[in-house]
Ligand binder design. Structure first.
Ligand SMILES: [Zn+2]
Length: 277
């Protein structure tokens, strides 16, 4: 009897570990083009921004071409714009391709905050599961002002403001609660850019194939954009909603916002029921 009990526990542990394994694939929110060519004494970099928001690009420091990254600088490339950067660099060593970092946003853009809508349909009411500076996972610079609403798997997510779809990941199926999941970005999410404010909004933990929009789409405030789910680092189904803006050193960081009906994000505490009128 005791052996049977042990076996059952072991089997349960095995089943759990298998189900919570991190996916092998890494999906990207958007794709971009970065070309490199050596011509005489110069290096040419071809940059293309295929999305409807600014992006910023810099080279990763490389021992082969130690100071090349400082000549390249940190470039803000406007929405849908291409450019060529030419750097006079006679000592260029081309034995490996330069690596680069691409992030959302123009970190010099002035942010004009406006009132936004709750990210779910009119008439629906949801509980706040975690608010600003929540101890469980709203404790980093990129998540401190996020709000978790208790949307169930299959519920509709709507756009908090008008803007462009600039990132979609909807191919993940699994979720997990371990540190490995927390440290890896393996959840489905949509990123919108709102040109009038300069803000980005993100809708995280979507269902597998739970995106109703694609990159390049323009969405109105309140338009259905996705189906809520349970993917990535999470213990219960919910929508992780986050408003962000671009910074030079830390990428997109989380920021406070005011919702419709004069509801400040800071007033939304764990357990509060929020009804969208
Ligand atoms: Zn969250």
């Amino acid at each position: 009897m005791r052996t049977l009990k042990l076996l059952t526990i072991l089997l349960l542990i095995c089943a759990c570990t298998t189900a919570k394994k991190l996916p092998q694939e890494h999906y990207y929110a958007f794709t971009y083009y970065f070309g490199q060519e050596q011509r005489n004494d110069s290096v040419l970099f071809y940059l293309k921004n295929p999305i409807n928001c600014p992006i910023n690009i810099k080279l990763v420091k490389d021992s082969l071409n130690a100071d090349l990254h400082s000549y390249f600088g940190h470039i803000n490339l406007p929405a849908l714009r291409d450019t060529i950067i030419k750097i006079n660099y006679p000592k260029f060593n081309s034995s490996r391709k330069s690596k680069y970092i691409v992030k959302y946003g123009d970190f010099n853009q002035k942010i004009r905050k406006n009132v936004i809508a709750f990210p779910f349909p009119q008439g629906r009411a949801y509980k706040v599961m975690q608010g600003y500076n929540g101890k469980f996972s709203h404790n980093t610079i990129s998540s401190s002002y996020a709000i978790d609403f208790d949307l169930q798997v299959g519920d509709t997510i709507t756009s908090a403001d008008k803007g462009y779809v600039v990132g979609v990941i909807a191919d993940y199926k699994e979720y997990g609660t371990s540190k490995a999941w927390r440290d890896n970005d393996k959840s489905n999410y949509i990123t919108l850019y709102h040109p009038h404010s300069g803000l980005f909004t993100q809708y995280v933990h979507l269902n597998y194939k739970g995106a109703l929009v694609k990159i390049g789409d323009f969405v109105e405030m309140g338009q259905p954009i996705g189906i809520s789910g349970m993917t990535g680092f999470t213990t219960k189904p919910h929508l992780h909603f986050n408003v962000k803006y671009a910074t030079a050193e830390q990428g997109l960081i989380s920021t406070e916002i005011t919702f419709e009906n004069d509801v400040s994000g800071s007033d939304l505490k764990k357990g509060n029921l929020v009804k969208k009128l």
